[in-house]
Design a protein around this ligand. Structure first.
Ligand code: PNS
Length: 165
């Protein structure tokens, strides 16, 4: 079975990768789909996010990385996927995820959202907190893959504290 794992991935964290690994064990194929979010200011371009994801997901042969221009359910339909996989870190994620799952179900009743629990060690981790700490000079080593760490250093080295959440 094919599952779509959507997100902003700005940038991909070890928490996301924990979920990719779990999903790759449960589903025959997983597409990690990068969404542009017009409501969010991003640090990395879509191309940069795709490049980082492709690099760090290459170890899973059944995982593909793609970009997703519009509605998630439309993208899922276009790829022939009937499952959307989402990660839940804590209870605080639930309310918004429930809202999205029910809206997606309303748009596409035969596409099911499946929630998987992120590893407890990543329960506090988010792309936003990684960017905030890194932009203020803190260490995010061990929280993101090395490829992301390098790009964060490059990008924030140039922009320093200019980056705002
Ligand atoms: O990593 P994020 O920012 O929490 O991911 C949110 C994402 C990309 C999954 C969500 O914004 C999304 O599904 N965007 C695609 C557009 C869409 O279908 N929006 C309606 C969702 S109910």
């Amino acid at each position: 079975m094919l599952a779509i794992y959507p997100g902003s991935f700005d940038p991909v964290t070890n928490g996301h990768l924990d979920l990719v690994e779990r999903a790759s064990r449960v589903f025959g194929r997983v597409i990690v789909a990068v969404a542009p979010n017009p409501l969010k200011a991003t640090l990395f371009t879509i191309e940069e996010r795709l490049a980082m994801l492709r690099e760090v997901c290459s170890e899973w042969p059944n995982v593909e990385v793609d970009s997703m221009p519009g509605l998630l359910v439309e993208y899922a339909r276009s790829r022939g996927a009937h499952v959307i996989v989402k990660g839940l870190r804590a209870v605080s994620d639930f309310e918004f995820e429930l809202q999205m799952a029910l809206m997606n179900r309303r748009q596409a009743p035969t596409i099911e959202t499946v929630f998987m629990m992120t590893g407890a060690e990543y329960s506090y981790l988010s792309s936003s907190i990684v960017k905030e700490v890194a932009s203020l000079g803190g260490s995010v080593e061990g929280l993101v893959p090395q490829a992301v760490l390098d790009r964060l250093t490059q990008k924030l080295g140039a922009r320093g504290c200019e980056y705002k959440r």
